[in-house]
Design a protein around this ligand. Structure first.
Ligand code: IPM
Ligand code: MG
Length: 367
């Protein structure tokens, strides 16, 4: 029987609450799959700063490096906003991405039929949305050098971040884009700012040349400002989107609105290194962040974390059947009308985090 080691990094805010439900759902799958999981928890983000002074303590990084996959909650919050930039809670996440070379971030945004009315956008716009944003995750403005602030004697200052990409960095994420599109509706949209940025000109050139290896996939190029508009105007025109780090950060939050709530969106961050689980080592996290306003109240929606656990099974462990089982369980629970507060219509009874987790666990166990 296979045993997989999963590093669990709950982090801050609602991270621990939702991650606990994802762990329970993973445990529930092991009854039918025969695979077992060894969960090991470690500190990250503000929790890491409080305990060790560091947002990514060395022990956490070591654990991540030897795990088959990483289940991540969320990091950051008002408490750590005033610490120096280099030890902000968010640096913990950015450092793991870089250290493990998790360069491709997959963020699916699906508007489930039973949640069309949960989105603030019109039903006629969001209905049928099923897209995947692939965000480059280890390059661009987030890591580019030079970076920093110069303070002048007159009180003024000058701050610099650098958007930089190499051919190799663009090519490898473009390939992920084409491979993913190939398994979907075979339509890839590359998003850039080619009319202004030289980085985008290189981006477009490289993506176009990689396209020659994927004649079965239709490629188009869209400018990022236009894409931002099209996402809330006609989201169903998109299948798979591939874009650089900062554009992807922004567009994926926008896409969350199409799914009704941030509380519904999972993500996978993948590198190339084949892990012992068969697939690439990956980090799996809900897109929603720490939500400090509701942390500790037991009302957060655990579905994004649970769907992230399903992505973990699918991509890092090649356990497709169990991943499908979790996805189906979530759909069934929603079809039956169960809602957490963020997706509840007026008059619906809102379930807590644990109750929603219980229902998904029950459906997974029943198959
Ligand atoms: C995300 C988040 C992070 C990012 C933050 C927390 C550093 O917004 O994963 O989208 O900007 O990448
Ligand atoms: Mg973001």
């Amino acid at each position: 029987m296979a045993t997989y080691k999963i590093a669990v990094l709950p982090g801050d805010g609602i991270g621990p609450e939702v991650t606990a439900e994802a762990v329970r759902v993973l445990r529930a799958t092991s009854k039918s799959s025969g695979a077992s999981f060894e969960f090991e928890e470690a500190l990250v983000g503000g929790a890491g700063i409080d305990a060790t002074g560091h947002p990514l303590p060395p022990a956490t990084l070591a654990l991540c490096k030897q795990a088959h996959a990483i289940l991540f909650g969320a990091v950051g919050g008002p408490k750590w906003e005033h610490v120096p930039h280099e030890v902000r809670a968010e640096r913990g996440l950015l450092a793991i991405r870089k250290e493990l070379d998790l360069y491709a971030n997959l963020r699916p945004a699906i508007c489930f039929p039973m949640l069309v009315d949960a989105s603030p956008l019109k039903r006629s716009v969001v209905e049928g949305t099923d897209l995947m944003v692939i965000r480059e995750l280890t390059g661009g403005l987030y890591y580019g050098e030079p970076r920093g602030v110069e303070r002048f004697a007159d009180g003024g200052a000058r701050a610099v971040n650098t958007m930089v990409y190499t051919t190799r960095e663009i090519e490898r994420v473009a390939r992920v884009g084409f491979e993913v599109a190939r398994k979907r509706r075979k339509h890839l949209t590359s998003v850039d700012k080619n009319n202004v940025l030289v980085v985008s000109q290189l981006w477009r050139e490289v993506v176009t040349s990689v396209a020659k290896d994927y004649p079965d996939v239709t490629l188009d190029h869209v400018l990022v400002d236009n894409c931002a508009m099209a996402l809330v105007h006609r989201p169903t025109q998109f299948d798979t989107i591939v874009t650089e780090n900062t554009f992807g950060d922004i567009l994926s939050d926008e896409a969350a609105i199409l799914a009704g709530s941030m509380g519904m969106l999972p993500s996978a961050s993948l590198g190339n290194l084949a892990g012992a689980g068969g697939g690439p080592v990956g980090l799996y996290e809900p897109v929603h962040g720490t939500a400090p306003d509701i942390a500790g109240q037991g009302v957060a929606n655990p579905i994004a974390a649970i769907l992230s656990a399903a992505m973990l099974l699918r991509y890092s462990l090649n356990m497709t059947r169990e991943a499908d089982r979790i996805d189906a369980a979530v759909r069934r629970v929603l079809e039956q009308g169960h809602r957490t507060r963020d997706i509840a219509a007026r008059g619906d009874k809102a379930l807590g985090t644990r109750e929603m987790g219980d229902l998904v666990v029950q459906h997974v166990e029943r198959g």
